[in-house]
Design a protein around this ligand. Sequence first.
Ligand SMILES: [Fe+2]
Length: 363
Amino acid sequence: MVVRWSDGAMLRAHALWLFENQMGDVTIDERTREGKTDPADLPDAGILVAAAVGGNGDLEASWRDGSVARYHSGWLRHIADERHRPRASIPTPVEWTTADFVEPVTVDGPATLTDDIALHEFLDALARYGLVRLEGLDTTRDVLPTLGRRIGALRDTNFGITWPVSVDIKPTSTANTSLPLPPHTDLPTRETPPGFQMLHCLVNTCTAGFSTMADGYAVVRHLREHQPDVHDVLANTNWVFFNRSPEHDHRWTGPLIDYGAPGMPLTLRAFHPLRAFPDMDDTEVPAAYAALREFSRLAGSDEFQMRYPFRPGDLVAFDNRRLLHGRASIDVDGGRRELHGTYIDHDEVYSRLRVLSRHLSRS
Ligand SMILES: [Fe+2]
């Protein structure tokens, strides 16, 4: 069936797709709004014998047995307009360099905890730029879980649901030393690294230890356009990433520029303390190291990398698979620096964005 609207919009609908989407508790359960057809029970496509537009604009499909199914015109139109697709309520990523921003896009922190319009503004900017700073928050450890409850489930890892970042006597991660952290993404040891990361600054009396951020998508585009050989090496040579903590043994092998399967978001696997073994032909290793050097140089250059102080009460949220974050070395004699961190997957942020978009467009 082809449905046409007077403004030119069109939807091509297969008879069996219409069959399994009948309203009125026929093939869609009214309580759950989910389908209840076992594909084994699907009829043949010849079951559809006629179609018409009803008086109220709904579509009416007539089946071979004489029954009639109805479809709300608004529901059909949202599919014709492609508003059913996963990316529909999610803004298209906007790449940036330090020519566009010298500090993260910043919004009022407390408002995101209570106001849905402010929360939508925050998450929309996060999906767009991959980086947003909330400012003016309390400096207590319940801020992250509270913000998490506003969005969705936080992602647990071997570090726990939330975790401290401070200089430890017996560190289990480079993050908890005073060493500098070059531009990186967290947990490339996972098949699917965490989608977003949130870091909340509780205390910072250090004069050193500035935070850094670079848009990995902009770095990848630069390489693709100006150094395609380097790009291709980074996209096609694998490294084994390996977590060496005493109680865990996470591993994954993949390229630094990981395009994944068709339709998946580009993931950067770039945490060099966990990059353990080349997983490539011996002859490819020299070029792979040269490409790594060039990637890190670019990601840490003034063109791509912003540097900014992390103030108590600031919370920085960023796309962990897109943004390259880092920090300068910490001067441990110069003060105290305590952060509280967590991960939350793309699915949770995008789900909240879709729900907020739906609710706010109605009010
Ligand atoms: Fe990190």
